[in-house]
Design a protein around this ligand. Structure first.
Ligand SMILES: [Zn+2]
Length: 93
């Protein structure tokens, strides 16, 4: 799926249509010291450590891609609804 790098769309902050740059949202780096991460590591320790069976055959063959829109006027960022797609490409024009 080809998506243009710049789209003219409605910006809720500017309350008008503006040019918006499109990029792909990526989750941030996980902190090993976060409570959930520590709990997960703790529960995986020792005898019978695996919390849940590892997926042998995942049901989905694609991952969701979330386009991240950035307004060029007010720099406000927002995510568009994610789409399941094998190949996501940002093209000029
Ligand atoms: Zn804006």
């Amino acid at each position: 799926m080809n998506i243009p790098k710049v789209i003219r769309k409605y910006c809720a902050k500017c309350k008008t249509h503006t040019e918006q740059k499109v990029s792909i949202y990526k989750a941030g780096k996980r902190r090993g010291s976060a409570r959930g991460e520590r709990r997960h590591a703790e529960r995986k320790q020792g005898y019978g450590g695996q919390k849940f069976p590892k997926l042998a055959k995942p049901a989905k063959v694609t991952k969701k891609v979330t386009p991240l829109m950035t307004c060029t006027v007010c720099k406000k960022k927002y995510n568009k609804k994610g789409v399941r797609i094998k190949k996501f490409e940002l093209v000029a024009a």
